[in-house]
Design a protein around this ligand. Structure first.
Ligand code: SF4
Ligand code: SF4
Length: 284
């Protein structure tokens, strides 16, 4: 029997909600992070968001705050007792976390409406939030009634031509282009990038992209090749290109343990993108 948490279409497993974020799209935004991903990037900074908990119970006894228990074969997390030490995440062999909550559309909206006067919009992120595209569409339909913008932060691994309701109800996407070369992408994520490139072209045609992101990883990736190819596509558009320096915080160092790019290398990539014609390039 599958003991994973049952989730209806109008519900989603939420890893966390950040009421005010200024790094998940333009302005001040409420960011909702959904649990579960369809890629497995070597450099994932939140590897505990990749899988849905399988209730193996291995994290339960190590909790110093008695915030975890097993009941009817399921792990139950008590957020009131939890001291957020993250011991459970560190011991989980499944790239998961017991610290998720199932939310209905109504419950997410209740939280969003508490902040609606102080934010310009909502961003869904993850994990890979588009795995819950029906849930996102239902939330966005409600959010738009209050004049807030609706953004999606995605790895682009689902074919968006097959998700017309998601595309229609999303104001803008922020899309990762992790590597341009297919074999490099497979090495990094476990999957090919054909669909991601197709989504890039498709969403540009619809003027639905706010930002493209590439994480710069020296030694492992041909960063310049990715930056050049992405820049040629973004050239002359208003789309922002964000170059993110690989950092070791939170990553699985047994999978990837390389040095960060130097500031001068990041500047070099930024200048390359600008030379090719990208109007907005930011380094973080
Ligand atoms: S983070 Fe995990 S291990 Fe730590 S108190 Fe909370 S539930 Fe327990
Ligand atoms: S969070 Fe990880 S260790 Fe804990 S029960 Fe779920 S799969 Fe097992």
């Amino acid at each position: 029997m599958n003991m994973k948490m049952e989730v209806k279409m109008s519900e989603a497993l939420v890893n966390k909600i950040i009421p005010f974020s200024n790094v998940d799209g333009p302005g001040n935004r409420t960011a909702v992070f959904l649990q579960g991903c369809n890629l497995n990037c070597l450099y994932c900074h939140n590897p505990e968001t990749i899988n849905i908990c399988n209730n193996c119970g291995k994290c339960v006894t190590g909790c110093p705050a008695d915030a975890l228990e097993i009941s009817n074969g399921r792990v139950i997390w008590d957020s009131d007792k939890c001291i957020n030490c993250d011991t459970c995440i560190k011991v989980c062999p499944n790239s998961s976390t017991p610290k998720v909550k199932k939310y209905s559309v109504k419950e997410v909206m209740k939280i969003i409406l508490e902040y609606k006067n102080f934010i310009s919009g909502i961003t869904f992120s993850g994990g890979e939030c588009t795995l819950n595209h029906q849930f996102i569409v239902e939330v966005f339909k409600e959010v738009h009634k209050y004049g807030l913008t609706c953004f999606v932060d995605t790895n682009g691994f689902l074919d968006f031509e097959n998700l017309p309701e998601l595309v229609k109800n999303t104001d803008k996407f922020m899309l990762d282009i992790k590597a341009w070369d297919s074999s490099e992408h497979i090495k990094l994520t476990g999957k090919d990038n054909n669909i991601i490139k197709k989504n890039l072209e498709y969403l540009i045609k619809l003027d639905k992209i706010y930002e493209i992101r590439t994480v710069v990883v020296p030694e492992i990736l041909d960063n310049e090749n990715s930056v050049v190819n992405v820049s040629e596509i973004l050239s002359g558009t208003e789309i922002q290109y964000k170059l993110i320096k690989f950092r070791k915080n939170g990553v699985r160092l047994n999978l990837i343990n390389v040095d960060m790019a130097t500031d001068s290398y990041m500047e070099k990539l930024k200048n390359r993108a600008i030379e090719i014609g990208v109007k907005k390039v930011v380094i973080t």
